[in-house]
Design a protein around this ligand. Structure first.
Ligand code: ADP
Ligand code: GLC
Length: 496
């Protein structure tokens, strides 16, 4: 696996910016498709790499949403029949904001459906996800190996999360010159585990169905394929990289992460600091900055009005701006919210999110009991997200585990202080009583104690509060450092 790897600098003359040619593959890239931070990262990282001279191109499925956003696209390659599916084509266009080249893998029966990239409108996983993302991996490998009828070939194939895991294997098994591969894990709890008999339809040999290869508790695991066969592995924060090697966080793969520790790094994500900037944000009531934070008051009033909260400049507004799921501790927030609201008569709570139906209904059911103090918006709405972050004083992203977390970095940039569990990327970005409030155990009691500390500071120590907020707003959240680290990783992988 470590021999026959093309070096990143194999053909410098052919490279526009002198940097490596990178094919980035993902199941979601903002704004073409997004269910979470994965899409943000797969949009912002390529842009940051391109600024530093890399020739980055993107590959993702041609969902309806992607085709609609992309506008003009032409057929770049007809891949004929693949894995029993046809027609399979590569459509080529350019990303809306960045102009980077993107290929959409077009196979209408697989990708042009209502719902999210992974689920139908009822929230059920598509039963043929193994084929939908198996095909994505095969197409990625063909492109990476120069077998797709295109002129361009990458030095590096950069795969993201389980939907792309098989591509690492498909490239690794090739004898001869091949690109090197990097597999980035954004969330190891999503593993893409399917029945073993999918292997033959995915044109995989029987040998991969062993615990040494891709078999995982009697299933075929796409995540394991990525971790096992990529030349290098990364995840989205240094703390999560360490956590993954423990039973509490490793989701059953801790042994494998430990085995591959020498090839495994954590690189903290950034956020898109142009898209998320309270000095220029077109979606918020008034602009503000760390030097002139006054405008935040108008943003708070706007949020209160829009969320049907009492318009009260002194009331602490706590927000929840995440997927409404167990990972994000939404169950504990729901359980403890009535108590917290009862204890603090001026506290207000605004939620924007979607996720587990039972939890969504629980929050909706709570609203009538706390008129003008609870604003519950179930759904996904980008504009509202800007308004929420700008208007909130506190953010409650109390995740049980958080590989990186973008929402809390956005919050800090907008002066909404996080109250969060010390885990993953939170532990790498939030410091107790410096730019937020932390707790250790994923329990309601620990979370409430941290909320109490934050509300106490807000109510009784306004100067400390202002200092914390300023520190949070001045933090460095951009992609510079991470882009540099990825470029080093690409070069390092080429050298093994
Ligand atoms: P995760 O990827 O685990 O959901 P992150 O914090 O990494 O968590 O990224 C979530 C991204 O999705 C952020 O950009 C956040 O602003 C956005 N987001 C989450 N929920 C919503 C929502 N209901 N409406 C709009 N944006 C949302
Ligand atoms: C995943 C993680 C989140 C991370 C995001 C982007 O969705 O849950 O913590 O920020 O990927 O890497």
């Amino acid at each position: 696996m470590r021999t026959c790897v093309a070096t990143a600098m194999a053909d410098p003359a052919a490279k526009a910016g002198g940097g490596p040619r990178v094919l980035l593959v993902s199941s979601e890239i903002h704004p073409l498709a997004k269910t979470g931070g994965l899409a943000d990262v797969c949009a912002a990282l390529p842009r940051a790499l391109a600024k530093r001279g890399a020739d980055v191109r993107l590959l993702m499925p041609a969902y309806d949403s992607a085709l609609a956003q992309l506008g003009a696209a032409h057929v770049a390659a007809d891949l004929g029949e693949m894995l029993g599916c046809e027609p399979v084509r590569l459509l080529q266009g350019h990303m809306p904001a960045t102009g980077l080249p993107v290929w959409l893998l077009d196979c209408p029966p697989l990708y042009r459906r209502p719902g999210t990239p992974y689920q139908d409108a009822q929230g059920e996983d598509w039963p043929d996800n193994w084929l939908r993302f198996g095909l994505l991996a095969h197409a990625a490998a063909r492109l990476a190996l120069g077998n797709a009828g295109l002129e361009w070939r990458p030095d590096v194939l950069h795969c993201h999360d389980w939907p792309t895991g098989l591509a690492a294997y498909l490239v690794a098994r090739v004898a001869g010159t091949r690109p090197h591969t990097l597999f980035t894990i954004h969330n190891a709890a999503f593993q893409g585990n399917f029945p073993l008999d999918c292997a033959s339809r995915l044109a995989l040999p029987q040998e991969v169905l062993t615990p040494d290869a891709m078999e995982f508790w009697g299933r075929l695991s796409f995540l394991k394929a990525g971790v096992r066969y990529a030349d290098r592995i990364s995840t989205v924060s240094p703390t999560y990289a360490r956590e993954l090697r423990t039973p509490e966080y490793g989701c059953g793969m801790e042994g494998l992460f430990e085995q591959r520790a020498g090839d495994f790094v954590g690189i903290l994500n950034g956020i898109d600091t142009e898209r998320w900037d309270p000095r220029t944000d077109a979606c918020i009531a008034e602009h503000y900055s760390p030097d002139a934070p006054q405008g935040k008051a108008a943003c708070k009033a706007e949020l209160q009005r829009a969320s049907l909260l009492a318009v009260d400049p002194e009331a602490p507004v706590m927000a929840f701006a995440s997927r409404v799921t167990w990972q994000k501790m939404a169950d504990l927030v729901l359980e403890r919210m009535p108590r917290m609201l009862a204890r603090h008569p001026r506290l207000q709570f605004a939620l924007l999110g979607a996720g587990e139906r039972k939890l969504e209904r629980g929050f909706e059911g709570l609203a009538p009991q706390f008129t003008r103090r609870l604003g519950i918006h179930i759904g996904y709405a980008e504009r509202e997200e800007h308004r929420l972050q700008a208007g909130a004083d506190l953010l409650l992203p109390g995740a049980r585990y958080e590989p990186c977390g973008l929402a809390h970095m956005i919050g800090m940039r907008y002066g909404a202080l996080p109250v969060a569990r010390r885990t993953g990327g939170i532990a790498d970005t939030v410091e107790e009583a410096a730019n937020g409030f932390l707790f250790d155990a994923p329990t309601g009691d620990d979370m409430e104690a941290a909320v109490e500390r934050s509300l106490d500071t807000y109510a009784r120590r306004p100067r400390t509060w202002a200092a914390l907020r300023e520190r949070a707003m001045r933090g460095e959240y951009g992609w510079d450092r991470a882009a540099h680290a990825y470029l080093e990783l690409y070069a390092g992988a080429a050298a093994i």
